[in-house]
Design a protein around this ligand. Structure first.
Ligand code: FES
Length: 118
């Protein structure tokens, strides 16, 4: 193992998340939705739709996007940005998958809970 400057938080096995599902990770600053795509990729976003704070973790995952369960905005899992005509962005948290475990970038958690002010 080599030393790394960033620290990573193990939040569990990728296999523990249903395919095209999500699990919720609670942090002191708010909840993070960790999604698993049909290609076994994982993405972490704040669990708060940029429209009206809908729970994205309960949305439908398709490709690399999730559709918000409340009003069907489509959020890009890679960027956190709303797709199509809708405008808004949700904070994303960098992660990596190692040996089947999902590791969240601890420094990325700092952005959670800070909603961009207009
Ligand atoms: S709260 Fe997500 S689409 Fe309205």
């Amino acid at each position: 193992m080599t030393a790394m400057s960033s620290s990573w938080i193990d939040i569990g096995a990728l296999a523990a998340i249903p395919i095209q599902g999500a699990r919720l990770v609670k942090t002191p600053k708010g909840c993070i939705a960790v999604f698993r795509t049909s290609h076994d990729e994982a993405y972490a976003l704040e669990d708060r739709c940029p429209h009206k704070d809908g729970p994205l973790s309960q949305g439908i995952v398709h490709g690399r996007s999730v559709t918000c369960p409340l009003h069907n905005w489509v959020i890009n899992l890679e960027t956190g940005a709303a797709e199509g005509a809708d405008k808004g962005q949700v904070a994303t948290v960098r992660l990596k998958v190692e040996n089947g475990r999902i590791l969240l970038d601890a420094s990325g958690l700092a952005a959670i809970g800070k909603k961009a002010e207009a």
